[in-house]
Ligand binder design. Structure first.
Ligand code: HEC
Length: 123
């Protein structure tokens, strides 16, 4: 009797451990080496975050002194923000903004700005 319970306890622990590994791996690959996909991104979250960008970057895609960020492909967008984040790109304002964003937020923003650009093209 005791033995059966003991074995059951071990396998439950193992199962929990596997679950933990899966969750950790999934978290790491959210922005990882595979192509970023719209499906993986949270568009509503991106729209919410975008209000902190559109005070400078015009949502219409027009360029003023500030370049347009609407309709970029997601990979390019993520790459540029990562480059600001690790200071390969020089603009201090964008460096600070990029540093305040985590991978999930960058992915959501990339998807959102890509999507609104695409909508304009098809309309
Ligand atoms: C205070 C104004 C300001 C805000 C707010 C701002 N940006 Fe920028 N952003 C700039 C400027 C200025 C540049 C051009 C920098 C340069 O010339 O290197 C830029 C450049 C960029 C670029 C590269 C564009 C290109 O053509 O090279 C991306 C992508 C970008 N911003 C994304 C964002 C995102 C995403 C947000 C919101 C989280 C954001 N920016 C918020 C001012 C801003």
């Amino acid at each position: 009797m005791f033995e059966v319970e003991y074995v059951g306890g071990i396998s439950l622990l193992k199962r929990l451990f596997c679950l933990l590994v899966v969750v950790l791996l999934y978290g790491q690959t959210a922005l990882g080496d595979t192509h970023p996909t719209l499906e993986a991104a949270d568009l509503e979250f991106g729209e919410y975050l975008s209000s902190s960008c559109t005070s400078c970057h015009l949502i219409s895609g027009e360029e003023s002194n500030i370049p347009s960020i609407v309709g970029w492909d997601m990979e390019g967008f993520i790459h540029v923000l990562e480059a600001y984040r690790n200071k390969e790109l020089e603009n201090e304002v964008m460096q600070n903004i990029a540093l305040s964003l985590d991978d999930e937020e960058i992915l959501a923003l990339a998807a959102y700005f890509f999507t609104i650009g695409r909508d304009e093209e098809t309309e």
